[in-house]
Design a protein around this ligand. Structure first.
Ligand SMILES: CC(=O)CC(=O)SCCNC(=O)CCNC(=O)[C@H](O)C(C)(C)COP(=O)(O)OP(=O)(O)OC[C@H]1O[C@@H](n2cnc3c(N)ncnc32)[C@H](O)[C@@H]1OP(=O)(O)O
Ligand SMILES: NC(=O)C1=CN([C@@H]2O[C@H](COP(=O)(O)OP(=O)(O)OC[C@H]3O[C@@H](n4cnc5c(N)ncnc54)[C@H](O)[C@@H]3O)[C@@H](O)[C@H]2O)C=CC1
Length: 310
């Protein structure tokens, strides 16, 4: 495994749209979210190191970024194919990959962690990074459901720690939730807000509460749909059709659960039901547990509530 950051496409001179103090960021985790965050950061002029556990995974992440960029180019450069090509190669050229997050720390201003939704694994990662990163480097997590304060407690830089919660698919969804813990300094928080603007996202602020704003409302709704199915009230297809045509949602709750990943949904619910056992909205779901146990994780594994096998 390579332990240094390597560029996979030759860069062009930066045509950065805007730049704050964040010039270089390290995105850890090149899955659904990490690859989207790396893509948007690079396309808005930032230098990016994307880290994952193996070169195989990173190659898939790069391929996914390439495909997603093609969709952006098709839309934004419909009348300018040359400009589109240049945008694509410049963006790819700003992304390096590595299997060692520690090796990327020296030059990085901001870390965005987007690895598996597990507190112990996130804490272990951040305590290693804390020892390696320069003093000014800001640490953030893209966690869906774990308290930012619990993750930050593994480091000695609580004033330079916050939450940056993006939405899937990152290149399309316009929102970024910016979360501060009591120890986050005003300077750090303002830098995170400015970075959000640089990423061309609309930012909202939220305290470090379970699920922040969107997931605190969205996840109970999605799980309530699964409970309807468990009771045999209606089929996934009918529930999805009802919410799309009756409530104007772009995806129904089962399509969205498959899109988010059933493993991620389970991680969220397990964490909340353990921490808040008195809240009936956070009860585990036997059907969700069964699907995840069978490896049916949604669109990314080829099957969840629906089948995606070709
Ligand atoms: C769990 C958490 O912690 C938080 C979360 O993220 S919760 C999940 C939040 N996300 C959502 O709720 C997503 C809800 N779904 C949607 O908004 C839409 O279904 C969708 C944007 C995903 C797809 O939209 P759609 O109209 O069904 O499909 P599609 O026509 O393929 O895409 C719409 C546009 O987005 C673009 N697009 C979609 N996915 C893309 C991607 N990954 N990269 C780049 N562009 C993409 C398409 O190119 C298309 O562009 P045009 O309009 O110019 O043609
Ligand atoms: N799926 C979604 O819709 C959303 C997820 N999130 C959050 O983002 C995070 C990532 O979620 P996804 O991208 O969906 O997961 P994913 O499963 O698609 O990707 C996670 C990636 O992290 C890598 N990884 C795991 N441990 C690692 C480590 N120690 N070092 C480096 N890489 C490691 C895995 O190999 C994998 O490629 C989670 O905290 C999740 O809760 C936030 C918003 C939306």
């Amino acid at each position: 495994m390579a332990s240094v950051c390597k560029t996979f496409s030759r860069g062009f001179s930066s045509s950065a749209i805007r730049q704050t103090t964040i010039k270089h960021l390290t995105v850890i985790g090149g899955g659904l979210m990490g690859s989207g965050i790396a893509q948007v950061a690079a396309s808005t002029g930032h230098q990016v190191s994307m880290v994952d556990q193996s070169d195989d995974i990173l190659n898939k992440s790069k391929a996914n970024i390439g495909k997603s960029l093609q969709r952006v180019v098709k839309k934004k450069f419909a009348d300018d194919p040359k400009g589109g090509e240049q945008f694509l190669s410049e963006t790819m050229g700003r992304i390096e990959t590595s299997t060692s997050a520690v090796a990327c720390m020296e030059k990085t201003d901001l870390v965005i962690e987007a690895i598996v939704e597990n507190l112990e694994i996130k804490q272990k990662l951040f305590s290693e990074l804390d020892a390696a990163a320069p003093k000014h480097t800001i640490f953030t997590s893209n966690t869906s459901s774990i308290p930012i304060g619990d993750i930050a407690s593994s480091t000695k830089r609580l004033d330079r720690f916050g939450g940056l919660h993006f939405f899937n698919p990152v290149p399309v969804m316009k929102l970024l939730e910016v979360i501060r813990i009591p120890a986050t300094s005003d300077e750090t928080f303002n830098k995170l807000l400015a970075f959000g603007k640089d990423m061309q996202k609309a930012t909202v602020n939220c305290k470090d509460t379970p699920g922040f704003i969107v997931n605190r409302l969205l996840v109970p709704y999605m799980i309530e749909a699964v409970r309807m199915l468990e009771r045999g009230d209606a089929s996934p297809r009918d529930i999805d059709t009802a919410m799309k045509l009756g409530a104007g949602y772009p995806m129904g709750p089962f399509e969205l659960s498959d899109y988010v990943g059933l493993d991620t949904m389970k991680f969220i619910l397990d964490g909340w039901s353990k921490n808040y056992p008195e809240n009936p909205l956070f009860r585990p779901s036997p059907m969700l547990d069964k699907l995840v146990g069978e490896g049916k994780l949604g669109a990314k594994s080829g099957e969840g509530f629906y089948s995606y096998k070709k």
